[in-house]
Design a protein around this ligand. Structure first.
Ligand SMILES: Nc1ncnc2c1ncn2[C@@H]1O[C@H](COP(=O)(O)OP(=O)(O)OP(=O)(O)O)[C@@H](O)[C@H]1O
Ligand SMILES: [Mg+2]
Length: 137
């Protein structure tokens, strides 16, 4: 799926929710500044989250509630030291909570991720273009 510019993000986000269906774990892969947080903002907005969405910093996870009463978790594991730190903050309880988990830098916690997930890979091409690849695991 090609996402030519920021203006097309709503379409990309809709396609991602469509693809994910019942899957709760969504991994966002891509180099720094690829657009992971930007895409997650769009996904949250589409899911009915009206509060501001930004990358969690110290807490590792942000919790949002949508206007339909759904809970979403947004993780950013970029600064994590090791998987123990993720276990200590209760990551598995969030992962298996039945709520949607949107995870930036999942490569830092590979060994503790659930078996089934959707991976969303963002590749930054020349200029504004982004290519988004969806995969089901
Ligand atoms: N689809 C897009 N088209 C054009 N620009 C984009 C797109 N997505 C993100 N950007 C821009 O790229 C910059 C980085 O975006 P963002 O913070 O979402 O990246 P990130 O992958 O979350 O970065 P990090 O690795 O630091 O978490 C922002 O200035 C944003 O506006
Ligand atoms: Mg980010």
């Amino acid at each position: 799926m090609e996402v030519p510019a920021l203006a097309n993000l709503p379409e990309a986000a809709a396609a991602i929710w469509d693809f994910a269906k019942e899957d709760n774990i969504l991994l966002f892969e891509g180099e720094m500044a690829a657009g992971k947080t930007t895409l997650i903002k769009e996904l949250c907005w589409l899911a009915g989250v009206e509060e501001p969405v930004s990358s969690p910093t110290y807490a590792l996870v942000n919790e949002y509630e949508s206007n339909r009463g759904a809970v979403l978790y947004h993780f950013d594991f970029y600064r994590i030291k090791d998987e123990t730190e993720a276990l200590d903050m209760g990551a598995p309880e969030y992962f298996y909570s039945g709520n949607k988990c949107l995870i930036e830098w999942p490569s830092m916690v590979l060994n503790i991720l659930p078996e089934h997930y959707i991976s969303v890979t963002i590749d930054k091409g020349a200029g504004e273009a982004r290519t988004i690849t969806l995969k089901r695991n």
